[in-house]
Design a protein around this ligand. Structure first.
Ligand code: EPU
Length: 420
């Protein structure tokens, strides 16, 4: 298994360009299954999750061509079965259910299985499909869904932790070809949902309200091919911004969408970070002195759970007490024990992590447990004295395009160690 070797203590300096958003491109690739015509998706990040989604589309019978940062998909004919061996490896693959059901009126998709950041049920996805008139059964680890006709409905998609991002995407993709009008109440408002709705409308769909808690989908008879540029990755942006501050450097971030990151930028400013914005470019560096801030993760436009681990590293380096509360995923504190190996003083009380900041971290071997925990460990390694080895970095390669070479260009001393 590959690892990253980081010699810390070097401030990051220079410019970085943000890649397309992983969590936007995955459902958009699934949406290409809704038409037999050719779709072109651009600004696609080079990630193992994207290659994986391409494999899933091919396994369903689609022709997929990857060329640089462009993917062309033509799903002339489709098989309705999403195989367990593929689906179990990536939870995002559940979003093939909506398109398969929408286009073919039948789908057999493996249940995605466990996840290290906590239980990740799909009851709301299934509820939405049932509300549209699909018959669903679960047998032998597969969701079997069929419908003579999908019919528009009023669907409430709020759950225990609020709205669901991929659930909203899935229901939107099934409803776009349903008969009549569907409204999703308590819809997820994330920019990735908006980008998907935009793509579906380019395909001939009729969706209004994406980005608000009520989405209205006026069903259409069929969709056609479309050409689309994926939005920039807001979590990659947040990760580089936090890394710049954590190393006491100054980084100019290009090609991002600061308007998708209000909650993170606001917290960084409250913590004493200086952010100079000019259009889609921003320069980030420490202001006079860092201050501790409390954070609670929430659905968009609140503070994103996907930036919680990275922010925790910054609070570890900031003198004072900070309370970080995780409200989206139950077990998303796997990074805490690994950060402790670098010297962090963090205790967990229920859904909150209490961070006693001001620690001088010192390098150590650590183990990455999930994508964002891995990003946090990389930031910690960059800020720590000495050498940090981050093991199991396949998690990072799932969601950060060429993170090691992007960091190297900013001056980081980071090397990928390949295991033969
Ligand atoms: N939930 C339910 N029932 C459902 C679906 C979700 O109770 O049917 C709960 C979840 O257990 C969780 C909450 O609702 O407590 C929110 O989960 P959501 O469904 O919104 O998560 P997701 O759609 O499976 C996407 C991202 C995650 C990101 C979350 C929250 C993709 C591929 N994944 O997951 O990204 O953390 O939204 O913003 O879009 C990551 O990139 O590292 C990552 C985990």
């Amino acid at each position: 298994m590959d690892s990253l070797l980081i010699k810390g203590g070097v401030p990051l300096e220079g410019e970085v360009t943000i890649s397309g958003a992983k969590n936007a491109v995955l459902p958009i690739l699934a949406a290409t299954l809704l038409t037999s015509e050719t779709c072109v998706v651009r600004r696609v990040p080079d990630l193992s999750d994207v290659k994986f989604m391409a494999k899933i589309l091919m396994s369903l019978g689609a022709k997929v061509v990857l060329d640089g940062d462009t993917i062309t998909v033509r799903a002339a004919r489709l098989k309705p079965v999403g195989n367990y061996n593929l689906i179990r490896k990536m939870r995002g693959s559940i979003c093939i259910l909506g398109p398969l059901l929408g286009r073919q009126r039948q789908a057999q998709v493996s249940l995605p299985g466990g996840c290290v950041i906590g239980p990740r049920p799909i009851d709301l996805h299934l509820k939405g499909m049932r509300d549209l008139g699909a018959e669903l059964t679960i047998a032998s680890g597969y969701i079997n869904a069929k419908a003579k006709q999908l019919v528009g409905a009023d669907i409430f998609l709020g759950g225990r932790a609020g709205p669901t991002v991929l659930g909203t995407a899935n229901v939107m993709m099934a409803a776009v070809l349903a008969e009549g009008v569907t409204t999703i109440q308590s819809a997820a408002c994330e920019p990735e949902v908006v980008d998907l709705a935009y793509f579906l409308n380019k395909m001939g769909g009729n969706i209004v309200g994406a980005g608000s808690p009520t989405i209205t989908i006026n069903g259409v008879k069929e969709l056609h091919g479309a050409d689309h540029d994926v939005i920039p990755d807001r979590i990659e942006t947040a990760t580089f911004a936090i890394a710049a501050v954590a190393t006491d450097g100054e980084v100019t971030i290009r090609g991002s969408r600061p308007d998708h990151l209000h909650a993170v930028l606001d917290k960084l400013k409250e913590a004493g970070v200086r952010i100079d914005r000019k259009g889609l470019t921003m320069t980030v560096r420490r202001g006079s002195r860092l201050k501790p801030v409390d954070i609670t993760t929430l659905p968009y436009a609140g503070f994103p759970t996907d930036a919680q681990a990275q922010m925790m590293v910054l609070m570890t380096l900031t003198p004072g007490l900070s309370i970080i509360t995780e409200r989206i995923f139950e077990s998303r504190f796997m990074h805490v024990s690994e950060l402790a190996r670098l010297g962090a003083d963090i205790s967990i009380e229920g859904p909150s992590a209490i961070v006693k900041g001001g620690t001088r971290l010192s390098g150590a071997p650590v183990m990455a447990s999930d994508l964002r925990a891995s990003a946090a460990l990389v930031i910690a390694g960059l800020a720590a004295r000495g050498t940090t080895q981050v093991n199991r970095i396949y998690h990072l390669d799932r969601g950060y395009e060429k993170i090691d070479s992007k960091l190297r260009r900013l001056g980081a001393r980071i090397q990928r160690v390949r295991e033969s």
